[in-house]
Design a protein around this ligand. Structure first.
Ligand SMILES: [Zn+2]
Ligand SMILES: [Zn+2]
Ligand SMILES: [Zn+2]
Ligand SMILES: [Zn+2]
Ligand SMILES: [Zn+2]
Length: 626
């Protein structure tokens, strides 16, 4: 049987983008940097995202199946065999499989066994926090317990990286890693068999030795000198690969500044300290004035910079090429929110078609509908959305590791990306009610604790991308509602939770008070409209009530409800796998900053929707008595 290494175009950014290790029919490969990509690739346009990432543009992998490994003359995206160390399950012999051993479409087989069984990739690899990945030095491992002079007397000591006669043994009487060992069958001191052997009991974790300073597709002379500690991990472990992906919706460009921003800008310009700030620009006093203006107007730094630039005639973009990972960059959510919150919608287009929906509850007096209606701002249905996802690079060992750019050569100015089409539902909350709820001292106190945990978290900088300059109660509320809604929609409509995604618009400084649930998996034909139908009246109001009722209870209660810090970095409160969490691909913040209490209330804090839930229960009790 011919092996087929086939990766679809959409998978070349996620999950099998640059640096990812993937298993294909018992073999293991790593996706090479984009400097190895073929010339035949498809341009993907998204100016907003390009500006945000400081990139000249995007390309998608060719539309062909990306099987260049098997068909070297084809234009697909390149994958490289990794790990290079393989073993035979029959004779247990290990082989370093080299480029010249490869036969396109053929899996590697054992040269020592007559039946030529297929070789299996070694399960362990070596990574470091600078994003490097390499094979474990198995020759060194087998000899690591020997004195240096004995080690040097092994006949393979000069050939260690592709040493012959290593074997990967399994002991009958032990279990786990202790049962595995690597043994050397070469010639040792005085012509006797070397016989060096070490079990794998201590193989996982930090190890001595130097990092090779590169990734498997990089040439030896492209390595960097790396002083990081190396760690041996299983090649399927989660910390081998943390892709860094940015996504933007394709919204129509508009020259008109958004409503909310106009009023904030007007407040900044009218502020008593504004002329003083302009006079003091470039001095330390400017920071004082800026701080006071920000406190009074809630204006973000970006807006103040822009207004100051307009007033002084300086160029409006302070940095022509914003780099990802630095603060002070354009927030992608801002324009998306303005597009959904606009009073007039743009003409329908392939990339963006939205219309006003509603709960169908206008003038409704019956409970719980009337109370629900009062809590909801509006519903916007997105019949067509286009999303562009771009991979800037990846990290290894920890989500905080050094970013390795998708272009490991450092010469290219573009990024790998894919475009997907889909549909979605936008739900906004009643702004006045939301602000009043946020100002409740109990809500303030409740969120202050999470804010402190967030600031202490080593993911604070990454989460700031989604959260904004400061975590607000509304972000956590909207985020939790997004999760609960995805779970309810999936329960009601048969969409899997993994096929739905969230976008939380929860930055008070931009007047945001809504969320988008969308599905984007389709080509230019779009998706089938099933999700948007779930957002239409009267289903959607019923979905929301069912969602709130479900949110009031978790099978892990009372433990879950009373939690003061669970999940990654203790950043969740009342939220666990049983009630709120979603597949990683659905969530913008890695399943953190979730709390059902802010939605349905608890003994300590009022929920935004507590009144709706109470109304719903009273209604249920009344009908039960009838
Ligand atoms: Zn064999
Ligand atoms: Zn040896
Ligand atoms: Zn390294
Ligand atoms: Zn729970
Ligand atoms: Zn989420």
């Amino acid at each position: 049987m011919k092996r087929k290494l086939r990766v679809r175009q959409a998978q070349t950014v996620l999950p099998f983008g640059v640096g990812a290790v993937l298993d294909v029919q018992g073999e293991s490969f790593v996706a090479a940097g984009i400097e190895r990509w073929p010339d035949l690739k498809t341009p993907v346009s998204c100016e907003r995202l390009a500006a945000r990432l400081g990139s000249k543009g995007f390309y998608a992998a060719p539309h062909t199946l990306n099987d260049r490994y098997d068909q070297p003359d084809r234009p697909g995206v390149p994958y490289v065999r990794f790990p290079g160390w393989l073993f035979c399950g029959s004779c247990r012999g290990m082989a370093r499989y080299l480029r010249e051993n490869e036969k396109p479409g053929e899996p590697p087989v054992c040269a020592s066994c007559a039946a030529a069984p297929r070789l299996t990739p070694m399960r362990f690899v070596r990574i470091c926090a600078d994003g490097h990945l390499d094979d474990v030095d198995w020759w060194y491992w087998a000899h690591s317990r020997l004195a240096p002079e004995l080690r040097d007397s092994c006949s393979e000591s000069d050939n260690a990286w592709k040493a012959r006669r290593l074997s990967f043994r399994v002991a009958d009487r032990a279990t786990g890693l202790e049962a595995l060992s690597v043994r050397c069958g070469a010639t040792g001191a005085g012509g006797k068999p070397c016989g060096a052997e070490r079990d794998l009991l201590d193989v996982l974790g930090p190890q001595s030795g130097h990092c090779s300073g590169r990734n498997p597709w990089q040439r030896w002379d492209a390595r960097s000198s790396c002083g990081q500690q190396v760690h041996i991990v299983q090649r399927t472990a989660g910390n081998v690969y943390y892709p860094v992906v940015y996504s933007a919706l394709d919204i129509p460009q508009t020259d008109e500044p958004p409503r909310a921003e106009q009023s904030v800008a007007a407040a900044v310009l009218a502020h008593d300290y504004w002329p003083l700030l302009l006079d003091a620009l470039g001095t330390r006093r400017a920071d004082t004035f800026r701080g006071m203006i920000k406190e009074d107007t809630d204006a973000p730094d970006g807006l103040i910079d822009q207004l100051a630039a307009e007033a002084t005639g300086a160029p409006t973009t302070p940095s022509p090429e914003p780099k990802p990972g630095k603060t002070g960059k354009v927030d992608l959510s801002r324009d998306e929110w303005y597009a959904f919150d606009a009073t007039r919608f743009p003409e329908a287009a392939k990339e963006f078609t939205i219309r006003r929906g509603g709960l169908g509850l206008d003038g409704e007096k019956e409970e719980p509908w009337a109370t629900l209606d009062a809590h909801v701002g509006k519903v916007v249905l997105a019949d067509r959305l286009r999303e562009v996802r771009a991979l800037t690079g990846f990290r290894r060992h920890s989500p905080n590791g050094t970013l390795v750019p998708a272009d490991t050569s450092g010469r290219l100015r573009w990024l790998p990306a894919t475009e997907v089409y889909g549909e979605g539902i936008v739900l906004t909350l009643d702004e006045e009610r939301l602000t009043a709820w946020e100002n409740d001292p109990r809500v303030q106190v409740h969120v202050r604790g999470v804010r402190a945990d967030l600031e202490a978290s080593f993911r604070a900088e990454q989460l700031a991308e989604a959260v904004g300059s400061e975590l607000s109660p509304r972000f956590q509320l909207l985020h939790t509602v997004a999760h609960l809604l995805i779970r309810q929609l999936s329960f009601d409509s048969g969409y899997t939770t993994a096929s739905l995604r969230e976008r939380v618009y929860g930055r008070p400084e931009y007047g945001q008070h809504g969320l988008l649930i969308y599905t984007a998996a389709g080509d230019a034909e779009g998706t089938l409209g099933g999700l948007v139908r779930q957002g239409e009246a009267p289903h959607f109001a019923e979905t929301l009530i069912r969602m709130l009722e479900a949110a009031a209870w978790c099978s892990a209660d009372p433990l879950c409800a009373e939690h003061t810090g669970q999940g990654f970095g203790n950043l969740n409160r009342a939220a666990c796998h049983a009630c709120t969490l979603l597949p990683e691909t659905s969530c913008e913040t890695g399943n953190t900053l979730l709390d059902r209490a802010l939605v349905v209330g608890s003994a300590r804090v009022p929920g935004y929707f507590t009144d709706v839930l109470t109304a719903s229960r009273e209604y249920a009790a009344a009908t039960a008595q009838e």
